[in-house]
Every structure is written in C-alpha cells, then in structure tokens.
Design a protein. Structure first.
Length: 257
C-alpha cells in the first residue's frame, strides 16, 4: 500500500490523535497491514526515509507500540491494537494526572489569591458552560449551598442532582423550589439536603456557594418550544453581594412550605 493510501485511511488520523507523529503512524499502520518487517521493508512501503526509520521504530518501541525481534536483519512487529489501547489509556491517565497536579497544586492557589482581590462578573450563554459553572460551584462549596430552583431543565441540572444525591454528610444544601421543580427534587430530600416549596419563586435559578460565589440562571422564552429557548447565566464572585443574596434566600426559606 502506498504512502498516500496509508494517509487516506481514517486510522491514520486517529493514530495521530492518539499522539503519534506522521512517520510513527505510517510505520505502525504498515506493520499492522504487512506483519513483521525489516527496517528496509518498512522504509520502502511506508515512505519513511531510511535515515529516519530506525529513530521512528525506536520511538514506537519506547511507547509500547512495536516489538523488536532477534536476528539479522532485525525485524519489527506491531503490538496488537487491543494491547495498544491499554497503552494509550495508561498514557492519557498519566498525562491527565500530571496536568491535574499542576493545575490544582500550582495554578489554583495563584488563581484563588488573585480572585480575592476584587469582584468578578462573567456572562455565560452556552449550555455546556452554564452546566460546568453550576457543577463547579456545587463541587467546591465548603459547608452550605443554597439553591433557588424556579425552572428545572434536566439537560443542565442532571449532573447537579447526581452530585447532591452523593453529598458529603458534613455539608448541607437548602433548595427552595417551585411546585413543579419540587416534585422532581423531592426524592433527594435527606438530613443534609433540605427542600421546600417557595412561596414566591419566579422561573429563574440561583445557586449560591458559601465561598462568595453565585450563579443566576435565566431561561428566555419559557413559553416557546425547547429548541427556541435561550439560556443566560451570570456568575458573580463577590462576598458582600453574596451575603445580601444569602439573607434574602434565608428570608424566603423561613416562609417556605
């Protein structure tokens, strides 16, 4: 198979997404298709220059994609794709762990220190962005989370509900809900997830963290079909404002059913 034909295979692009270079992807494909081969055969059929092919094969061996046989000339064999999947999975897990360590141990403290310097206000319009922001608040609060749920869209809030069903017993959540939302949320009720029907809950949502962060989520066009509705969220990080909002929600809570 020619180099052009190898590159036209969908597997070529997927291998590159897995972290292989062009030459590495070509060599691995060649070995899968043709079986064990010498460096000369690999070079001739894959289009990888002979001056580079040994470097490429060595890199693939170090990555766990290729095995080297004994004898003269040396012959190279592709590891089974089923084994390579495990290699890729382990590599990605290790890479994610390294990234996570840098983000959480090094950068988060810098970000937190900068955040306390003043207020932050961000507008979020995408469903994915709103969902992520809400779940971040629910994951990071220290002891108490307050929620006003006027309109429950499971597309956005299913993840939050799942988190609340597994909440740490040392934390507490208060949910003030509309009648319709209450009917869905009621099964979550427990000693540390308290739910009431709000007397005057309007159809927008508030998620308030005890870290001084709040998300207001508004759905525009509730009287329209689902596909025509638009979401808008406002994220605010301001401890003074959060205190005012908390006091207001607490007042509504005390008169709730």
């Amino acid at each position: 198979m020619s180099t052009r034909a190898l590159k036209s295979m969908s597997a070529f692009e997927r291998l590159k997404e897995a972290g292989l270079t062009d030459y590495e992807a070509l060599v691995y494909l060649k070995l899968v298709l043709d079986g064990p081969s010498s460096a000369k055969e690999i070079s001739e059929s894959s289009g990888v220059p002979h001056t580079r092919v040994y470097d490429v094969l060595e890199a693939l061996e170090l990555k766990g994609w290729v095995e080297i046989g004994q004898g003269r000339p040396m012959r190279f064999k592709a590891k089974p794709p089923s084994e390579v999947i495990n290699v890729i999975r382990l590599e990605h897990q290790n890479r994610l762990s390294r990234i996570e360590e840098v983000l959480l141990n090094d950068l988060q403290s810098i970000y937190d220190a900068r955040s306390v310097e003043g207020s932050e206000i961000w507008f979020v319009r995408s469903v994915a962005g709103i969902t992520n922001r809400i779940q971040t608040l629910a994951h990071s609060f220290k002891k108490e989370l307050c929620i006003v749920m006027g309109n429950l869209d499971m597309t956005i809030y299913s993840g939050l509900l799942n988190m609340l069903s597994r909440i740490d017993q040392k934390k507490s959540v208060k949910i003030l809900a509309s009648q319709e939302s209450f009917n869905v949320l009621k099964p979550l009720s427990s000693d540390n997830v308290m739910i009431k029907i709000g007397m005057n809950v309007i159809p927008f949502n508030v998620i308030l963290s005890d870290k001084g962060e709040v998300v207001f989520h508004l759905v525009v066009g509730l009287d329209q079909p689902t596909e025509k509705r638009k979401n808008l969220a406002v994220y605010i990080s301001d401890k003074s404002l959060s205190k005012v909002i908390y006091d207001y929600i607490d007042l509504l809570w005390r008169v709730g059913l």
